[in-house]
Design a binder for this molecule. Structure first.
Ligand code: KG4
Ligand code: ZN
Length: 342
């Protein structure tokens, strides 16, 4: 069973070939750099860029995998959530190929692709608890099976990746600045600044990051006025931001584990995924917390935390194994939720 996966929900155009033996035969990702000048993704620009590069990305993936379209069992593509025009490019490409080749089309939820990725690398049985932290989402999910996802907690405002990107921008980094902020925090000294970890004492596992971003913004303006926004202080701010994020994630993950345990009567497996899961401090903190709770911790390899098509192809393999395919008139849905069946 060999699935061609296509991803184009935001600013990455990607194609990958993954088989049911968990082999990634090709994984091609083209990131659009055009958005750096605007400080965020411009939807119309993104859609046009997907259209321009998609044929070449597909050709490259097939070449790298040393297969032809005839060898492919099915074609999977992200149909939501994401930017409308961007989603249309990938989904329409996949449907057209499926129609022309008379092969099944498999509609994939971008978020389900992120949270199933760890199963491509390790045997993780259902149910398991997932923390999805990306540029658009921050959620705890109880994964009970394929297409059976229950949201336990979510962000009330900004996503974690968004908080990283906005804070990084305030500190002078181009979009997306999450990785730059992580690097900068490594050079900072702890305790020089303090930002209150958000929603620390609420008894649920929802997040909120916009207040933290505002507090960082105010501190930066204050230091700028005083002429004290030095490289050292920028690094100290990044460190304090990271400290607040780690405290918030730790508290919320503890609550999510308790909630999961209560509902499922045991807690054994925890995964973190999405772009922000590439952050080493976050991975280490979560791993320690999960092990304290006698669970096993999993995360995708760093290179597969961010958007890619191997995760889409793998979600396609998971569905195809269960006989799940999608009609060619499946709609793309920019605000698709994990709990919706597509
Ligand atoms: O999953 P992803 O590629 O796209 C979405 O589905 O949103 O996540 C992208 C997000 C961006 O906000 C980016 O800044 C963040 O992941 N990110 C990081 C790191 N690497 C990427 N945030 C913190 N630390 C990192 N090392
Ligand atoms: Zn993503």
């Amino acid at each position: 069973m060999l699935v061609l996966g296509i991803e184009s929900s935001c600013d990455e155009t990607a194609a990958a070939l993954v088989n049911s033996n968990k082999e990634i035969l090709a994984n091609v990702v083209s990131s659009q750099l055009k958005h750096k000048d605007y400080g965020g993704v411009v939807p119309e620009v993104a859609a046009r860029a997907h259209l321009n590069v998609m044929p070449y990305i597909l050709q490259q993936a097939l070449r790298e995998a040393k297969v032809t379209l005839k060898d492919v069992t099915a074609i999977a593509a992200t149909v939501g959530p994401g930017l409308y025009g961007s989603l249309l490019v990938g989904a329409t490409t996949a449907k057209s190929l499926a129609f022309a080749l008379n092969k099944p089309f498999i509609a994939i939820n971008h978020l389900e692709a992120h949270i199933l990725t760890p199963r491509l690398f390790q045997n993780i049985p259902f149910p398991y608890l997932a923390l999805l932290i990306s540029g658009g989402h921050s959620q705890f999910i109880s994964i009970e099976g394929i297409q059976n996802y229950k949201i336990l907690g979510t962000t009330l405002d900004d996503a974690l990746g968004e908080a990283f990107d906005k804070t990084a921008r305030l500190l002078g980094f181009p979009y997306p600045g999450g990785k730059n902020l992580e690097e900068l925090a490594k050079t900072g000294t702890a305790g020089q600044f303090y930002f209150k970890p958000p929603l620390l004492h609420a008894k649920n596992c929802n997040f909120s990051f916009s207040g933290l971003k505002t507090a960082v913004s105010q501190k930066i303006s204050e230091l700028e006025l005083l002429g004290k926004l030095t490289i050292e202080n920028k690094a100290n701010i990044a460190k304090a931001f990271e400290t607040a994020i780690l405290a918030s994630l730790k508290a919320k993950t503890s609550i999510a584990i308790k909630k999961f345990k209560l509902e499922k009567e045991s807690f054994n497996h925890f995964i973190v995924s999405g772009g922000v899961a590439a952050n080493k401090s976050i991975r280490l903190m979560l791993q320690a917390l999960v092990e304290e709770n006698k669970g096993s911790f999993y995360a995708p390899p760093i290179a597969l935390c961010g958007d890619n098509a191997a995760m889409v192809a793998w979600a396609g393999v998971e569905k195809l194994k269960l006989g799940i395919t999608s009609p060619l008139n499946t709609k793309t849905k920019p605000n698709l939720s994990l709990e919706e069946i597509i």
